[in-house]
Design a protein around this ligand. Structure first.
Ligand SMILES: Nc1ncnc2c1ncn2[C@@H]1O[C@H](COP(=O)(O)OP(=O)(O)OP(=O)(O)O)[C@@H](O)[C@H]1O
Ligand SMILES: [Mg+2]
Length: 281
């Protein structure tokens, strides 16, 4: 349903005055380099990789927050750049994103009811009663119930987990086909982390949403992802069903990532495999 082909994003690194330095002109950062994958309806693809490997850039490209240097993204067979140019509102009904920092993503002056209902207003829905009903329905669906006790609250009156639930409610109120979740639980307490991860998994399968779940650690992927794509320095180095990749990684970088998952057994000392240490220089 989501088809990404040869997606590439280069940033001009030596911009402005720095480009005048000897040898710096035309320098580029290859954030994303020829990335291809597909995600089916109701499927969660985990995009995993170290910091700076290009995960967030890929996510931003997919939701149209950045323009690719090359390559294409199509949603249900329609090229997303064309769809966005033709009808921006219709595109945003289809594609939504959830960010790492739920506090930064919410306007502190608005109430939960405003925050969650706003996308409907932006889409031109004028029926206040219909908006109020939808807001209550999605709040209950993301676990903020009874919804009435949250409607008039402001973001600072909520816990981190509750704020992330508000962000999720706001993302699903337009019934998107595709959702990008960029490190949605990395700022949350371990106890809430698992609840949010399970919520995302449930929403993807119940609503048939194709989801890209971006993370830098492999600990949560088993609970949410169907397949994994391992990203390293802008490229996808390995893909496959989550159990297969975790049980028998074929790429040295994936082995090193798996070695970094903390173990509950204090006697287990994990070291990165020598092949990766060599490859990384
Ligand atoms: N707007 C930008 N301008 C220039 N370079 C950028 C820009 N955004 C990202 N980059 C560079 O692109 C590369 C990939 O960044 P990206 O944020 O996609 O990594 P990431 O995998 O999400 O990392 P993290 O796990 O730390 O969030 C990095 O080298 C980064 O410095
Ligand atoms: Mg990132």
């Amino acid at each position: 349903m989501i088809e990404v082909r040869d997606l590439t994003k280069h940033y001009a690194t030596a911009a402005g005055l720095r480009s005048l330095l000897p040898g710096r002109r035309g320098e580029v950062t290859r954030a994303v380099e020829g990335v291809s994958f597909t995600i089916g309806a109701g499927e969660v693809l985990g995009l995993v990789g170290e910091s700076g490997s290009g995960k967030s850039t890929t996510g931003r490209l997919l939701v149209g927050l950045e323009t690719p240097t090359a390559g294409s993204v199509s949603i249900d067979g329609t090229d997303s750049a064309t769809a966005r140019a033709r009808d921006r509102k219709a595109f945003h009904r289809q594609v939504q994103m959830i960010f790492q920092d739920p506090y930064g993503a919410l306007n502190p002056q608005h109430t939960v009811e405003d925050l969650v209902g706003r996308p409907l207003l932006y889409q031109g829905v004028r029926d206040r009663a219909a908006i109020a009903t939808s807001v209550r329905t999605v709040l209950a669906e993301v676990g903020l119930s009874p919804p009435e006790s949250y409607l008039s609250k402001h973001p600072h009156q909520l816990s981190g987990g509750q704020r992330q639930r508000v962000c999720i409610a706001r993302a699903i109120i337009l019934e998107p086909r595709f959702l990008v979740a960029d490190e949605p639980v990395s700022m949350l307490d371990v106890s809430i982390k698992w609840e949010i991860v399970r919520l995302l998994k449930r929403l993807a399968s119940d609503r048939g949403i194709a989801m890209l779940y971006i993370t830098h650690d492999l600990a949560t992927v088993g609970a949410v992802c169907d397949r994994l794509a391992i990203m390293y320095r802008g490229r996808i180095v390995e893909t496959g069903p989550v159990e297969e990749v975790l049980a028998a990684p074929s790429d040295p970088y994936t082995c090193a990532l798996i070695a970094a998952i903390p173990s509950a057994d204090p006697d287990v000392i994990r070291v990165p495999p020598p092949a990766f240490v060599q490859a990384a220089g």
